[in-house]
Design a binder for this molecule. Sequence first.
Ligand code: NDP
Length: 327
Amino acid sequence: MGKFKAIIVPEKGQPAALGEFDEAALMDGDVTVAVEYSTVNYKDGLAITGKAPVVRRFPMIPGIDFAGKVESSSHPDFKAGDSVILNGWGTGETHLGAYGAKSRVKGDWLVKLPSGMSARDAMAIGTAGYTAMLCVMALEHAGVKPADGQIVVTGAAGGVGSVAIAVLSKLGYQVAASTGRASEADYLKSLGASEIIDRAEFSQPAKPLGKERFAGGVDSVGSHTLANILSMTKYGGAVAACGLAAGMDLPASVAPFILRGVSLLGVDSVMCPLPRRREAWKRLATDLDRGKLAAMTTEIPLEGVMEIAPKILAGQVRGRTVVKIGG
Ligand code: NDP
């Protein structure tokens, strides 16, 4: 056993730094994976900067997502050489995570890489993209159909938003993209948005009911934004809520629920049961245009994570960032 390159948070309150981690100190698990790619999600930004108590075990290798090849396994579903994806389950929070060349995890946490999808593509999608797919599946499950009208996507130029727009447009939905970055209008249209909305329209306290405007929504912003889009959701529509980029509060009224039968659909990716994960990844293999995925993706080396972490929290990262680690 040797050492491998990793980003390490040594102690609570200490900054993350690139270093070497002893393979013998990897945590328990029945599958050891050679990590090829990871990514930078909003939560990774919080973990690296220490802006929120995401990391709850020290020392920690942060990183909530990886794609790689199984090195060794005692789990019945996996053998050496299998290509796998991991999203969440506490990796990078309570279990040693993805920003290192090796990871040892429970096989029950892993999803096989869909055929035809590369490890790099899987991390270009990452937790943000897989969560966007869970949101779309939640809207479908609630009966929201393309013919019902426009779907609003908030935090549109971010990771969840960018993938949600691309998937929804491929499925035939009309998409309105809400963004604070007017300069990204062409980018958002290239992903499939047919209307760009200034996010300032949704940032003030919401009326109990607004004009019925959207058949549904994918919201990664929370707070007044979510309250506003709920108040503008048409009779019988639904909004999938997965994020808190503007805040964790929800200063809303029950009026949309009790007068318009609107549904608020909660979406969690971290502990999402395996069958739904597998379904989401299968859908991502077919319902996300790879050309659009490539257009929204930037690649960085492992040491680039520290620089990008504060930027994603400041809403300055467009689309998705993949981190090349090994392979
Ligand atoms: P990004 O930073 O890539 O995207 C967030 C976007 O939100 C920004 O690009 C920006 O979009 C918008 N935004 C940022 N700050 C504000 C603000 N103050 N007011 C209004 N809009 C704002 O992050 P991700 O896409 O990776 O994640 C988005 C959110 O979803 C995060 O809160 C994250 O924690 C959550 N999340 C939750 C998951 C779950 O399991 N429930 C899984 C994955 C993510 P623009 O510039 O277009 O306005």
